[in-house]
Design a protein around this ligand. Sequence first.
Ligand SMILES: *Cc1c(COP(=O)(O)O)cnc(C)c1O
Length: 414
Amino acid sequence: MADKNKMRFATALLHAGKPDGGVTPAATMVPVYQTSAFQQESAERLEGIFHNTQPGYCYTRVGNPTVSSFERRMAAIEGGVGALACASGMAATFNVICGLCEAGDELVASSCLYGGTLELFEDLERMGITVRRVDDVTPEQLAGAVTDRTRLVFAETISNPRLGVLDIPSVAAWCHGQGLPLVVDNTVASPYLCRPLELGADVVVESTSKYVNGGGNAISGVIVDSGKFRWDAERYPALAKWRKMGPFALLARLRNGLWRDTGACLAPVTAFLNCVGLETLAVRMERACENSLELATWLSGSGLVSEVGYPGLPDAPDHELAARQFGGKFGALVTFRAGSREKAFKFVNSVRYAYRASNIGDVKTLVLHPASTIFADNTPEERELAGVYDDSVRVSVGIEDVEDLIEDFRQALS
Ligand SMILES: *Cc1c(COP(=O)(O)O)cnc(C)c1O
């Protein structure tokens, strides 16, 4: 915060990446450009846009002003040189990995990841990309998994649902020593808790369907690049011709290639909804984090459940790292073990306010039995590494009055 010209976080949420004055007659919200294509005044101008020699829009799969506005805000908020908005968090993850790896290449990833990402790895294996897993993302374990075919290291800031915390500065420093980029899925932390690029990570992928949107009203994802990693032309041949773009090489390679060609673009109306959501991210997260700490503290003293998982609890395994890295906030996911699968189901069926839903990051509290849902297709080993047991319950804590949540949980557990 020493830079006087730099907006503070909550201000940036409202004022970073505003629509430029020329585009719109002073609307205070970015308008939704609900159009497939953009007509230009001349064939020459269209030619220039297609050759990246003139700015402008031609087709919404490639670019759209509403989407660009969301991208500029996300880049500013995460502290990157640019961003690429995607149709979903999964599309963002797929595009970064396949933008950097080709058949024969490898990546090293945490074993403890979002279930959808673990499933995506099976498809990547089928495409000839080998995924090596490490149970803990530490320099020691990474050293045993990296080979000369490794192209990136992938981990989550806070893992979902084990709630392990990634030590970003030390892991990033180790990766850079090996000439490897660190790609971080920042979905669970959200940029409110953590800006991985400021801590040394190279690329952020994020499901903005969650905390960024906040209202649980649309699916989307984003890729944000720090622009600092120097892509070696031999290791990353797909980026070779984009190296002239300097810090924008990866984003240019995706925007003009894989991302555009896989149709991973974001719908303009979703970009608009995300811009609305972003404006209240700080106040929503502040409340959800407070509620989570109170709820987790109550749960662990209640005698009704065991192994309450929340990095904010003083005896949580990653408590000190989380406190240091996230500035005293600990996120809005809480887990616990109900004692048996039946008890977990009974709790999920008995809550009055919380929704039974498989997403996270809504303003409303959500509860889920992960083993039978988001981890239904994973192996028992994968589940255990992700901290998912038969009696585990995950709570995505909302912004309700916490007294109501506690009363509701007490009746549902009794
Ligand atoms: C939800 C989620 C994703 C996938 O995002 P979608 O928007 O559902 O495609 C990826 N990573 C994490 C940690 C998530 O929670």
